[in-house]
Design a protein around this ligand. Sequence first.
Ligand SMILES: Cc1cc2nc3c(=O)[nH]c(=O)nc-3n(C[C@H](O)[C@H](O)[C@H](O)COP(=O)(O)OP(=O)(O)OC[C@H]3O[C@@H](n4cnc5c(N)ncnc54)[C@H](O)[C@@H]3O)c2cc1C
Length: 416
Amino acid sequence: MRELRYDAVVVGGGAAGMAAALALDSRGKSCAVVDREPSLGGILLQCVHNGFGLIEFDEELTGPEFAERFAARLADSRIATFLGATVLEIAEEGEEKLVFCVSPSLGGLRIRARAVVLAMGCRERNRGNIRIPGTRPAGVYTAGLAQRLVNIEGYVPGKDVVVVGSGDIGLIMARRMSWIGCKVHAAVEILPYPSGLARNIVQCLRDFSIPLYLSHLTTSVYGRDRVEGVEVAPIEDGALQPEKSFRIPCDTVLLSVGLVPENELSKGAGIELNPTTGGPIVDSTLMTSRGGIFACGNVLHVHDLVDYVAEEARRAGLFAADWLEGRRPRKELRVKVGPNLRYVAPGKVDPSRENKLYMRTMIVKNEALFEARLDNAVVKSVKKAHIQPSEMLSLSLGPAELERARPDSMLELSIQ
Ligand SMILES: Cc1cc2nc3c(=O)[nH]c(=O)nc-3n(C[C@H](O)[C@H](O)[C@H](O)COP(=O)(O)OP(=O)(O)OC[C@H]3O[C@@H](n4cnc5c(N)ncnc54)[C@H](O)[C@@H]3O)c2cc1C
């Protein structure tokens, strides 16, 4: 088997992988990016709508435009790219990691490196994951698959559409299907609030007069060979009301019911996973439980905006460079996930430098107060005009807030 050696290997060439690789390159580290697709860009390539890059470039770009800007930087760098190459396994041999890949053009390839950055993105939950009862006709797609069919393959998967769930991909696809002449009858969401960004509810549903049924469960998909409709029932005071159920005829169901980090490789490498996010548990340097293996982007936790993916991944690349130079934090504090937060990533901070923490809340609230407490004393509080689970929150904490931390101190984040 052919063998190559780099300082670092980045698995995945989406926004996260490209940003991490560029950061490693900026520190003079030799680096290879491996992606199973034939082009760099990851999920961005099928997101032909705008709304990308407002923070990163101070401009509103489409997904492919955002990807193109990063890919051009890679082309100008010393970074090696292996495209159409799938990473099958990450093993360790002493201080070195062995990254095993296969591709039709290269056959088997083993890459040796002292650091690995995981940037494999996430995958969609499907009908099996949410167990919608009913028949098994053709015409049920995940929203991301339908997006790929329409935007990349040039194939229209159906004419009369119901979106199950209200995640961002489903909302974007409701608009996309309307644009290409399909009738989108409804989006049906089990929760009492939308799962997608507020801007997408307005721009993708309201602007197209597509009804959103909140607190409604899709109780059945019916149809023999092809989908003929879905049955939907309201949930009132926490109880399903089957007697109030109704049918929405359609020939296509698009599922937008959540994303999960793509972590088969991480599991195979023996990396500890966080049961809440489904991504690796990482320390203040975004390093997983396996020394020298870092994680960023949607493989770590599912992000709402690509700008945050790029920001986090850049830090992962710089931390991987620190690791290669033998630099590790001297002190780390564990972060406790306090009231009304679902998770905080990373789960540790280094009190001697600035830390950027990303998190998601479990509540919908106006005029919320976000607090960081060190040993029960408030060290930072930030007012938020509105919070909801679909929108990521972030907080920066550094020596100004954490200077008096002791080794056994507890940092707790909460939102009320
Ligand atoms: C429909 C949709 C709409 C969105 N809209 C917006 C928006 O309007 N604005 C915004 O800012 N953000 C938006 N986002 C979010 C943003 O685009 C993503 O969060 C971001 O691009 C994810 O980057 P990533 O690098 O973590 O993952 P990905 O882009 O998924 O990249 C992961 C890469 O890893 C590769 N890979 C995985 N496993 C392997 C393996 N074993 N071997 C080799 N390669 C592998 C994959 O091929 C892929 O290229 C949207 C996302 C979606 C899906």
